[in-house]
Design a protein around this ligand. Structure first.
Ligand code: NAP
Length: 297
């Protein structure tokens, strides 16, 4: 068996701390594998202790990197995200890269105990709250290069304009509409953070991974399962699906280091839907801030 230090291919991320949400499977898992193999300290957060442990053990075994840490948080609960953010702030002195990657779809409209539509809180509000609460840790990233925050968005944003009178789809709910909207929110949030945090040394971005063969297709009910089934032969593997993710999170390429809040696909700035306006970003920010405020203390 190879010695541990020989199994880490390049150590170019040594000394950096990565936090990846939803990293127990899919493209998040693949990204963690990559960061760990390059020597980064990685924090994996997921909702299932069993799945998280298994993912972490596999990655430790494969990369020989022991600096991997598991935290449990349920992103459908802002109380849970708040607790997690506080714990991270106590346990770590800095975060260099935050990857807001948790995401999913829900077949039927559900409202959480905290009063939010499930997809809205899990895919959007939680990542927003987490990023806000970790800004101090990102700002003091002591490496010479900027800290980075990446939001996993989707081309699905293009089909689902926001209706600010009914952000949580009390009327006309469908799994795909709720999902698409939340992915639009990811894109708008990255842009707005970038605008509002210009004095911080943090680069924000969002991206579309492509249509990727991951467990997500089996989790969103029959519509999602059907689309996953039809698309199955055309879905790309997680290695390709995580390429832009990893590039935005770790590349020295100036285009990644100067992402400027923009939305990427295949390592290039990509066109966004016409409804992804700056007015929409700003309005969404104001509404989101109000909603998460009671959970930010
Ligand atoms: N696959 C695609 O074609 C595609 C295309 C565009 C965008 N995306 C985006 O890519 C991201 C990753 O998805 P994936 O395709 O890699 O699928 P995945 O393997 O299902 O990953 C989703 C991750 O989010 C976690 N998650 C979901 N709800 C959560 C909650 N309430 N609390 C904590 N964690 C939660 C999942 O945990 P569990 O394992 O416990 O469910 C899993 O770790 C998502 O944001 C998705 O919207 C995917």
């Amino acid at each position: 068996m190879k010695r541990k230090d020989q199994r880490i291919s390049e150590n170019d991320l040594l000394g950096k701390t990565y936090l990846v949400t939803g990293g127990n499977s899919g493209i998040g898992y693949e990204a963690i594998r990559n960061f760990a193999s390059r020597g980064a300290r990685v924090i994996l957060v997921c909702r299932s202790k069993e799945k998280g442990r298994e993912a972490l053990e596999n990655i430790k075994l494969e990369t020989g990197n022991d600096s991997l840490f598991l935290y449990i948080a349920d992103f459908s609960s802002l109380i849970s995200v708040n607790r997690f953010a506080k714990k991270i702030s106590k346990d770590f002195s800095k975060i260099d890269v935050l990857c807001n990657n948790v995401g999913g779809a829900n077949a039927i409209r559900m409202v959480t105990g905290e009063g939010f539509e499930m997809t809205f809180v899990t895919n959007h509000l939680s990542g927003f709250l987490l990023t806000k609460m970790l800004l101090p840790l990102l700002s003091i990233s002591t490496n010479e290069e900027p800290a980075r925050v990446i939001f996993t968005s989707s081309y699905g944003h293009a089909h689902s304009p926001l209706n600010f009178d009914d952000l949580e789809l009390r009327n006309g709910y469908s799994s795909l509409r709720a999902y698409g909207r939340s992915k639009l929110m990811n894109l708008l949030t990255a842009r707005e953070f970038s605008l509002r945090c210009q004095r911080e040394n943090i680069v924000f971005s969002s991206f579309h991974p492509g249509a990727v063969r991951t467990p997500i297709w089996s989790k969103g009910g029959s519509a999602s399962r059907f689309i996953g089934f039809v698309l199955f032969p055309f879905l790309i593997n997680v290695k390709r699906g995580s390429d832009t993710f990893i590039w935005l999170a770790s590349s020295q390429d100036q285009r990644a280091l100067e992402a400027d809040g923009q939305y990427f696909f295949k390592r290039k700035r990509a066109r966004v839907a016409t409804h992804a306006t700056t007015a929409a970003s700003s309005k969404l920010w104001d509404l989101t801030e109000k909603l998460v405020e009671p959970f930010a203390e």
